[in-house]
Design a protein around this ligand. Sequence first.
Ligand SMILES: [Zn+2]
Length: 304
Amino acid sequence: MKYTPKYIATRSVTRLRQTVARLDRRARWTLGPLLVLLVFSVPLWSAATRLRSIVLPASAASVVVPILVYHSVAPTHAGQNREQRLLDVDTAMFRQQMYYLVANRYAVVPLSAVVDALQGRGTLPANAVAITFDDGWLTQFDNALPILEQLHLTATFFIITRQIGPKFMGVGELKALQRAGMTLASHSRTHPDLTKVSASQLRDEVAGSRQDLQKLLGVTTDLFAYPYGCWNKRVAAVVQGAGYRAARALGDGIANTGADRYALHSVLATDDMAAFERGLHGSLVAARIPSGGRPHGLLLSATR
Ligand SMILES: [Zn+2]
């Protein structure tokens, strides 16, 4: 007899029947329905997969990578209000959080790698996490950089390009960050709420800060972070038009899709280890900033 597909199919069914028939009565009642389920689940599964590929375009695939956001990293000191105590992560706490990532086998990747994945241009390792710093505080250079270097971790620093020294990093420090393998990116020129500025100021803050980084450091950045995390469609369109390929917002958890590229969700890192661990697992109540204000707006005004 020829081994036609029909013969093979018939033979498979016959063998299946024979196998079931060999089982004792008790086992048949258990395994019979299971085998039937197994036989029918294959076409059902492939149909479901086809349907999903039709309903969801490839760009809608979710990339689950916590993007951590730090501000100042400095020892706790007297006179800090509650907001500052949370947002100014103590150096020892920062070390503990970085050690936690290493000990728990997180793979720290550059933020650009997350954006690559969202654009379908690359894959990420399991347990990926990205580290970012806002505002360019000098404390990031003095206290965070040595810990990052010691653990061979990379991070992206979002710089306010018209705030260079003395409480903020100067050109020397920024160049040292570059040499250490860190990414420098834009956090606007003067840190206004971009949803509230004129069209010309918006362009100046967004495109101008990109030019500043080019002049100061010779880098052409394609990453932006919204001051205070504030954005709307108009702001995002200007950011995209200025040549950036992604922009990070504040909060909203650990999952992003291609549609979130100009408002990347992130996790605000605070001086609280339990909240840090919750944030890594995607809890939206990771950081509880009291008073309901805009978190690092308060920080900036209080420490400037
Ligand atoms: Zn900021």
